[in-house]
Design a protein around this ligand. Structure first.
Ligand SMILES: *Cc1c(COP(=O)(O)O)cnc(C)c1O
Length: 391
């Protein structure tokens, strides 16, 4: 079959037609448990009535007018996000890569404001920040950069979760202006740093006059058990980027800034035609309100713990399990051998999972997943891992 879609993805042989909470149904009516949420997007699950209501009533009123005019929903969303994050202001865009582009532009202007001609940003090995040229240059993955030279200059890669490496890099690169880092690396394999990592980076940034810029595109919106992952550490970043779950499937990205970082972008320095339009902002307002009123970040914390414990109990004597890592409902189950084939096997068994870094099963279930679904997830996945280890 020839397709008119550019082949940028190897797609699994299934097409979904409807969803409800953590369930999805395909064209043949087969039901699947979604433990991936469209890659950490549908944190409130599928067909959430609050989101449906928000976007359907907004679409009956007004979809788009552009940022040449005031936008009520955008104002409200900025207020709510500032309130929830303790950040000062927000630039709205349409994706995670775009949110990071805004952060990178802030860092560069910040550097030029101090007469640094070629400002550098410290970024991490195994990181993922997006597919645009600037964000793939920042990304610490050679496969993603392959074939796209010349890359954007001004990024210095250091190992993740390695404070001495950051200090050494800063000595070598005196024109550094910012550190851009994911609180937990998602695409890189669900890599969770030591407890005080962000706090230490915060101190380093304060001592060296650098911006701490957190890419919370995947970890944000309740995923890790707090609304934003930095809230586990009682620190504040200077810049924080969001996207994925912010609109629960309606595309929206945001770049939040605070203090000296908040007044760097001025009229004419950045923009977006669609960014922060009434439809996307109405969806995000409903997402934020639902996350808070249903205490979904707290639920993510407890549910993540339950999945971790359940899998550990079932796989106690399994020799193919290396370890299980999690924070809230962001889970990585690392096996000793590559296990990409488990994605297709899980699909056959009615379960949607993902594998990153070749041997790490990644689970990102909707925060609304219920007890029965959690048990089904543990049972199905543990059985698949058992079979995998007996091969
Ligand atoms: C998904 C992701 C991005 C890119 O987001 P897009 O919306 O696909 O551009 C950037 N950073 C992180 C941490 C991500 O997980």
């Amino acid at each position: 079959m020839t397709s008119h879609i550019m082949p940028t993805y190897n797609r699994l042989p299934v097409t979904f037609t409807r969803g409800q909470g953590a369930w999805l149904w395909d064209q043949n009516g087969k039901r699947y448990l979604d433990a991936l949420s469209g890659i950490a997007v549908c944190n409130l699950g599928h067909a959430h009535p609050g989101i449906h209501e928000a976007i359907s009533s907004q679409s009956a009123q007004l979809l788009h007018t552009s940022n040449l005019y005031g936008i009520q929903a955008q104002q409200q969303l900025a207020d709510q996000l500032a309130d929830a994050s303790a950040m000062d202001n927000v630039f709205f865009c349409n994706s995670g890569a775009e949110a990071n582009e805004a952060a990178i532009k802030i860092a560069r202007l910040y550097g030029h404001g101090q007469n640094i001609e070629r400002p550098k940003i410290l970024v991490m090995e195994k990181s993922f920040h997006g597919r645009t040229l600037a964000t793939l240059s920042a990304t610490g993955n050679k496969k993603i950069q392959q074939g796209f030279a010349p890359l954007l200059e001004g990024f210095v890669h250091v190992p993740f979760n390695d404070i001495p490496a950051v200090e050494t890099a800063l000595q070598r690169h005196e024109d550094s202006v910012a550190i851009l880092v994911e609180p937990i690396q998602g695409e890189g394999g669900v890599n969770i740093p030591e407890r005080n990592y962000l706090k230490r980076l915060r101190n380093i940034c304060d001592q060296n006059n650098l911006l701490l810029m957190l890419d919370e595109v995947q970890t944000g919106m309740g995923r890790t058990g707090k609304m934003f992952a930095y809230q586990h550490n009682a620190i504040l970043p200077d810049v924080c980027t969001l996207a994925k779950a912010l609109g629960n499937g309606v595309p929206i990205g945001a770049c939040l800034a605070r203090g000296k970082a908040a007044n760097i972008l001025t009229p004419g320095t950045h923009g977006s035609t669609f960014g922060g339009n009434p439809l996307a902002c109405s969806a995000a307002l409903a997402v934020l309100e639902t996350l808070q009123s249903e205490q979904l970040p707290e639920q993510a914390m407890a549910k993540g713990q339950a999945i971790h414990h359940g899998l550990k109990r079932r796989l106690q004597e399994n020799s193919s399990l290396r370890n299980i890592r999690h924070m809230g409902l962001m889970l990585g189950i690392e096996l000793v051998r590559p296990c990409t084939d488990l994605v297709g096997k899980a699909l056959e068994n009615g379960l949607l999972i993902n594998v990153t870094a070749e041997n790490t099963i990644r689970l990102l279930p909707p925060l609304v997943i219920d007890q029965e679904q959690i048990e089904l997830l543990i049972e199905t996945l543990a059985t698949l891992i058992q079979e995998h280890s007996e091969q």
